[in-house]
Design a protein around this ligand. Structure first.
Ligand code: FES
Length: 143
């Protein structure tokens, strides 16, 4: 079996929603200290719906594919639903990632949460801090 699914290769070669939103409502940036990869997401929100999303990443092919797929899953969705997006959903949508690349999808889950938190903070919207735990245990992210 090929190491990477056709979907991973497609999103790696033709990533969707790459770029910057200058007047974003929320911006999130996360990195993985072990591999050095960085992911940045920009979101526009209207009426509690993520109407636009763009990303930049300095990362591996799986990080690019994960970010690209995550933006496709998020665009047009209500904020409440986006908050529930897990790296598992991203991996499933990509038809899988090799075990040593699962952490790349974790970056996508973390970065969208960071962008949503920034959106809440900028707009003075109250939220449950438990939604955004900052005690992420990088040791559990396998390279
Ligand atoms: Fe670290 Fe892919 S995000 S190797």
């Amino acid at each position: 079996m090929a190491l990477y699914s056709a979907k991973v290769m497609d999103h790696f070669r033709n990533p969707r929603n790459v770029g910057v939103i200058e007047d974003a409502d929320g911006v999130g940036e996360v990195g993985n200290a072990k591999c050095g990869d960085i992911m940045k997401f920009y979101i526009k929100v209207d009426d509690d719906v993520v109407t636009d999303i763009k990303f930049e990443t300095f990362g591996c092919g799986s990080a690019i594919a994960s970010a690209s797929m995550a933006t496709e899953l998020i665009k047009g969705q209500p904020v409440e639903k986006v908050l529930e997006l897990t790296n598992k959903a991203v991996v499933e949508a990509l038809d899988g990632l090799p075990p040593h690349k699962i952490h790349c999808s974790v970056l996508a889950e973390e970065v969208i949460k960071a962008a949503l938190k920034d959106y809440y903070d900028r707009h003075g919207i109250a939220y449950d801090p438990a939604l955004f735990p900052d005690d992420h245990d990088c040791e559990s992210c396998e390279l």
